[in-house]
Structures are given as C-alpha cells and as structure tokens.
Design a protein. Structure first.
Length: 238
C-alpha cells in the first residue's frame, strides 16, 4: 500500500503536504499535474478533487518507487486502500495523526490533552486568519501573476502586506513568550507558514527574517531550516 501525492511540484499547497510527509518520514509516490495544460480541470481529476485545485492524496496498492527523506520501509494499512483526501491542511493533519508514532512527534497534539490540542487549534486558526489570508493574496498578486504576464493589482496587494505587517507584530509578542506558535513544541501550525512565508520579501513585505522582529526571525530560521522543508522548498521531485 502506497500513499500518492497528486499535485504540481512548485505549488505552495503541494509543498506544504510534501513537507509534512518528509517530517513524518512517510514514503510516497508523486504524480505531477500540469496546471498550464489545465489537467486539474479534467474529469478524472475532478472526481478526486471537485474544486479542481491541487493537491490531493490517495492510498492504493502500488509497487512504484517511493520518496522519503529517511528511506525507511513503510506500508499503509489495508483498510486505507482507495482513501482520497483533498485540502492541504486536512491532508497534513491526517498524515501527522495517522503516523503519530514515527518521525517528528506531536505535530498534532493528542486530543486527550485538551489544553495542548486547543492551543494547537488556536495557532492553526491564527495562521489561516491572520497570516495566510493576507500572505497568499499578496504573493498571488505581486509574485505569481507577474510570472505569467498577468497584470497585478499592486495597490490592493500593498494594502494586504501593510495589514500583514501588523499581524506579524502580534506574532512577535506571542513568540517572545514561547518557542513556537502553539507552545514550546513545533506543530503543523508552524509548518503551515513555510510555502507563503518564503515569498514575502519578493512580495514587498519585510519578511519573516526581519531584524525588526527578532523572535519571529528566530522562529522563522528554525522552521525554514528544517530538512523537511529544505527537501521540497525548490519543488517536489518527480
């Protein structure tokens, strides 16, 4: 049984999932989708991901080569055969929970530890509402659109970045009291920031390594230097 990640090698959400697969040492096949050819809009793809975006995962019987940072042998339980899941954060939580006993521990705290689990959910919600909400749209306008010759709404993007900077000031306060966003142990809430965080300077933001926010810079250096991110930051290998 092999887990297959279906996505585009360079997209942010695909790399978010691949980072967690690496972090947990889970072997996987990678199936590349050509977005320029709109393969993500073909009926076969839409059967698995009805919104027509990448990535999704599927568990299936396979003898193809697997990719893993640790080169370990691993088999998925037979009852997962045919299981399909989309949305990168949902996939990451599934991976971190299912393979909790291998790789980096505690990426999703045990839900029986009510306080730790609630703090993780709090940090995850903060990433989505106060970071991704602004970073994703700003990067799309000022980094991704220009690559494809699309006219960007720079004024709107600059407004997003200005708001994001105020949110990062709050991050600085949080991280002055603890090592990571949910406490003193790394969780998915931290790793979720990696794909868009790496583009912020290109979008005109101060960046997560800014000396004006030493605690954010310390945190960013920590998470962005992890082998899991280094393995996929330039694209998931086919």
């Amino acid at each position: 049984m092999v887990l297959t990640l279906v996505g585009n090698p360079g997209t942010t959400c695909t790399r978010r999932v691949a980072t967690v697969l690496q972090e947990k040492g889970v072997p996987f096949e990678f199936k590349s989708v050509d977005l320029m050819k709109r393969e993500q809009k073909e009926p076969e793809f839409l059967e698995k991901q009805p919104f027509g975006v990448v990535p999704y995962i599927v568990n299936s019987l396979s003898s193809a080569k697997c990719y893993t940072m640790h080169l370990i042998k691993f088999e998925l339980p037979q009852d997962d055969d045919g299981f399909i899941l989309y949305e990168s954060r949902a996939i990451c939580q599934y991976i971190a929970s299912k393979y909790a006993d291998q790789g980096t521990p505690g990426l999703v705290p045990d839900f029986t530890d009510r306080k730790a689990y609630a703090l993780f959910q709090q940090a995850s919600s903060a990433e989505l509402a106060y970071f991704n909400e602004y970073a994703e749209k700003a990067v799309l306008e000022k980094v991704i659109k220009p690559k494809y010759g699309v006219v960007a709404n720079v004024e709107w993007a600059d407004g997003l970045i200005a708001t994001l900077e105020t949110k990062l000031d709050v991050y600085e306060k949080i991280l002055s009291k603890q090592k990571y966003l949910a406490g003193d142990s790394i969780t998915l809430a931290d790793l979720y920031h990696l794909p868009y965080g790496t583009y912020l300077k290109d979008a005109g933001a101060s960046g997560l390594d800014s000396t004006s926010r030493p605690n954010v810079a310390r945190w960013w250096k920590d998470i962005s230097s992890r082998p899991s991110w280094q393995a996929v930051k330039d694209g998931v290998k086919v």
